[in-house]
Design a protein. Structure first.
Lengths: 192, 263
């Protein structure tokens, strides 16, 4: 069999795999979100626990346990801290996913979408996934820095606040648009 | 042996025509031609051409040069109409989301064009195989477009009705099979041609059954209306969001310190 036979077989196989993946029932559909009711649900729940996480990761606590506690206690302390950071990171990822989902809904419901922005979002998502996985593995192996975890949380939190503000504005504009639309009763004036 | 195989092939041909006619009746009786006019046209064209080609082969035989060229020309017409029907399905699936539809159709058209050029360039140029190759490339582009539209829908969380999924599956499986079949045919032209015809008809029968399942109920002519956001919201929000995602990525990057302290 020549090379191009393999190429076409491979392409066809890849297309079929992609099709069956795409046809699987999605975890969340647009209809399931019920349009603009999402903002209330997509708050960054996990960033609320940031002070506790910071406390759990504080150097003072670690030094205290390493000086006063036994080796067994220190080992357990490190294990528990690692588990907590991993759980917190998973939570941050969940927050990130929620915000991304919101961004998708905005794109789907927009009359105009810019290809560059969409591909940029896709690129950033893959980059985030790649870095997140590397980080998760690193923490599982024992590397963690409290300060950076908090900065990560701050970014997610900031993103949520800005988006919720923007969504509130959208809601107000949409309400205004429908009000204007009904006042002019389709006389050809664009409401916004 | 060959004569028996050709009889079997003719029987399958007749079966295909019968199923296609039944499907056409189903499409008309359920008034699904309103939702899928290009699909109805494809069925009509394909059935008419199949009968015509069948009669030509029956009169002149499978080895006649005229039959060969006539069969291939009709095949080209059929694939062309199917490409239009696939475009119609894509529009049916996504057109109500105006923004992403504009993005999707441009992207898919560009991908299909790149794929067509690539697959033409990737293989050695031979005139006698031009028709086989052109059909294969077109089939590949059709399959890529169908897969592409469903991937976009999954990415944006847009759910398709079961009938639309079956339609897409029918088109894609038939096209994928066409790619494999034509690739083998191109390589082993003489030994494979009878089997090629048979397998192609078998694949078409499978697709007809999938389409029949999709058409068993009335498909709404017009999908439900979606109330879109005011213009400008996307332009304001998305660059902001992307900038935030970028900074989040930067934070993750900063977290990656191999020399980090042990917890």
């Amino acid at each position: 069999m020549s090379l191009y036979l393999y190429i076409f077989f491979g392409l066809t196989g890849l297309l079929l795999l992609l099709l069956f993946w795409a046809l699987r029932k999605p975890r969340k559909s647009l209809a399931a979100h019920g349009g603009m009711s999402l903002p209330e649900e997509c708050g960054c729940r996990h960033t609320a626990y940031l002070p506790q996480i910071q406390q759990a990761l504080s150097k003072v606590d670690y030094d205290f346990v390493s000086q006063k506690g036994s080796r067994e206690l220190l080992r357990r302390f490190r294990r528990e801290r690692r588990r907590t950071v991993l759980a917190h990171l998973a939570g941050l990822r969940e927050d990130f996913q929620n915000l991304l989902e919101l961004a998708r809904i905005v794109a789907v419901l927009s009359p105009e979408v810019a290809a560059l922005q969409e591909f940029e979002k896709l690129r950033l998502t893959w980059k985030f996934r790649w870095r997140f996985e590397r980080l998760r593995i690193a923490i599982s192996l024992g590397n963690v820095r409290a300060l950076d975890v908090s900065s990560l949380a701050n970014v997610v939190s900031g993103l949520s606040v800005r988006l919720q503000k923007a969504i509130k504005e959208i809601g107000e504009r949409a309400a205004l648009a429908s009000k204007l639309g009904s006042s002019f009763n389709g006389s050809g004036i664009h409401p916004v | 042996m060959i004569a028996e195989f050709q009889n079997l092939q003719q029987a399958l041909w007749v079966a295909n025509i019968a199923v296609a006619v039944l499907l056409l009746i189903l499409v008309i009786s359920r008034r699904n031609y309103r939702a899928f006019p290009a699909f109805a046209l494809y069925l009509l064209t394909n059935t008419a051409l199949s009968i015509w080609v069948f009669l030509t082969y029956k009169d002149l035989g499978f080895t006649s040069r005229f039959s060969w060229w006539f069969g291939w020309s009709m095949q080209a017409v059929s694939v062309g109409v199917r490409a239009v029907a696939v475009g119609e399905l894509c529009k049916h699936l996504l057109a109500r989301y105006r923004g992403i539809w504009n993005l999707v159709w441009r992207t898919l058209l560009l991908s299909a064009a790149i794929l067509l050029i690539y697959s033409w360039v990737a293989t050695k140029y031979q005139w006698q195989l031009a028709v086989v190759r052109a059909q294969r490339d077109l089939e590949l582009a059709i399959a890529a477009v169908i897969v592409g539209v469903f991937v976009f829908m999954r990415h944006y969380g847009v759910e398709a009705r079961a009938a639309d999924c079956f339609m897409g599956l029918g088109y894609c499986l038939y096209s994928c099979f066409g790619v494999i079949n034509n690739t083998i045919l191109e390589r082993y032209l003489d030994q494979y041609v009878t089997l090629w015809n048979f397998l192609e008809m078998l694949a078409f029968l499978g697709s007809l059954l999938l389409w029949s399942w999709a058409m068993r109920e009335k498909v709404p002519e017009k999908a439900y209306e979606v109330e879109l956001l005011p213009e400008g919201v996307y332009r304001t929000l998305t660059p902001e969001l992307n900038a935030r995602l970028e900074s989040l990525n930067e934070s993750l990057k900063r977290l990656w310190y191999p020399e980090a302290k042990q917890p």
